[in-house]
Design a protein around this ligand. Structure first.
Ligand code: UD1
Length: 417
């Protein structure tokens, strides 16, 4: 079992490139099975979640080849309509295959999905929306038998909450449906627009008013294209956090600053200087960081839940008290117990975490329990006195391509052994 051995770091300095977005590439991979000719996708990050998705595609009958960050997918002969338990349980977003599989084959037998354990993560919105478009579901133990009579039929779907995964599944079901589908209260995350952009270039007709209404006019056919996946905004936020906590000065390249407005605003209120230009963010941090009264995680364009653990790290050493309210997932403070072991002062009560900045963080053995919690521990370890040993790297590897090499390139001292 590999671990990270992290020594206290001076200021991070230099330039770093952001990988392609994990949360964007996964639904785009699922979308390729709807294309009647092959696709070439660029900027695909090398991650365990990406490997699992490619395994699912191969299992379904697609030809997949990968060269660096380029992935070639010929899914024109997909025939298999079940996804094995092992692949389904390794990643929650495997549920986005449901709509495309039904659309293409009229049948899909899937196990209930896995992924980060952030509390209850139901798929009721996916199932009720796809039912409205004509799908039928029968559940037996953990297996879900899904079927569709002939073809999806367009409908109006109002989502109770703007679920990212459910919005993606509806879009992927509706692009080849008969008639028009309207999604009300759709998720507005940039990854949704990346998927829509990809599909429209493949011949789909998806229109969005950018305030949560998406209209999809079903077409008969989609064709394959060459496409470059958007940059990973949460990985960019991780580099910003690592720079902020060490008092560094780093240029983050190949990033879209418009995707990070809410996050940038928090870094500015923390006392960092953030300069943005085309595809670049420079963050300059000072020695003493300030607290921010209140940060609530909300759907995009608000402050993202995925950035909550990662930004909690600099606040653990800031001057004053910061209150977080996690409104998206019930169990997203698992990193806090490990922060406490390192000397942080944080009190959690339900959705609220009260973070009182301390003068010193001490290196010790810590265990990552989910993907962004792993990144948060790595960031906090950068300023810990002595050495931190970070276990649970399978979580980190789900979302970060070369983070150890990238941080070491900026001046960190991290060994993976
Ligand atoms: C996606 C992201 C994840 C991010 C999250 C919120 C991917 C692969 N993952 O996850 O990184 O943290 O968006 O931005 O893109 N819900 C229901 N019923 C459903 C579906 C969701 O009640 O059928 C609830 C969830 O419990 C949660 C909220 O809706 O409270 C948002 O979840 P959702 O947007 O669906 O998250 P994911 O798509 O799983």
């Amino acid at each position: 079992m590999q671990k990270l051995f992290i020594k206290e770091t001076k200021k991070l300095n230099g330039e770093v490139f952001v990988q392609g977005s994990k949360n964007s590439v996964l639904p785009i991979f699922a979308a390729t099975i709807l294309c009647s000719s092959p696709c070439i996708l660029h900027n695909c990050p090398k991650l365990s979640d990406v490997d699992v998705t490619l395994e699912i595609l191969k299992h379904l009958g697609a030809k997949v080849t990968r060269e660096g960050s380029d992935v070639f997918i010929d899914a024109t002969k997909v025939y298999e309509c079940s996804v094995p338990r092992d692949l389904m349980s390794r990643m929650r977003s495997s549920i986005v295959f449901l709509g495309p599989m039904l659309s293409l084959m009229g049948r899909a037998n899937i196990f209930l999905p896995g992924g980060c354990d952030l509390g209850p993560r139901p798929i009721d919105l996916h199932l009720s929306a796809l039912s409205k478009l004509g799908a039928k579901f029968e559940k037996s133990d953990e297996l879900l038998y899904c079927s569709l009579n002939h073809i999806f039929k367009g409908s109006t779907i109002a989502l109770r909450v703007p679920s990212v995964g459910a919005t993606e599944n509806i879009i992927l079901s509706a692009v080849l449906a008969k008639g028009e589908t309207i999604i009300e209260n759709a998720a507005r995350e940039p990854e949704i627009y990346d998927l829509c952009n990809f599909l429209n270039l493949c011949g789909a007709k998806i229109y969005s008013d950018n305030v949560g209404n998406i209209r999809i006019v079903g077409v008969d056919k989609l064709h394959g294209i060459e496409y470059s996946v958007m940059p990973d905004r949460i990985v960019a936020a991780t580099f910003m956090s690592a720079t902020a906590i060490t008092g560094g000065n780093v240029v983050i390249k190949k990033v879209n600053d418009r995707h990070l407005k809410a996050v940038i605003e928090v870094f500015e209120r923390m006392g960092c200087k953030v300069l943005t230009s085309k595809n670049e963010i420079r963050i300059i941090s000072k020695k003493h960081l300030s607290s921010v009264d209140f940060i609530k995680t909300v759907p995009y364009p608000g402050f993202p839940t995925d950035a909550q653990p990662i930004l909690m790290a600099p606040f653990a050493i800031s001057q004053g008290t910061t209150v977080f309210c996690e409104s998206i997932f019930k169990d997203r403070y698992k990193h806090v117990d490990e922060f406490l072991k390192m000397g942080a002062n944080i009190k959690v009560n339900g959705k609220i975490a009260v973070v009182k900045g301390v003068k010193e963080i001490i290196g010790t053995d810590v265990m990552a329990r989910d993907l962004r919690g792993a990144a948060a521990l790595l960031v906090l370890s950068l300023i810990a006195k002595g050495e931190t040993v970070l276990d649970g790297l399978k979580h980190l590897d789900r979302g970060y391509e070369n983070i150890v090499e990238e941080l070491n390139g900026l001046g960190a001292n991290i060994k993976r052994m």
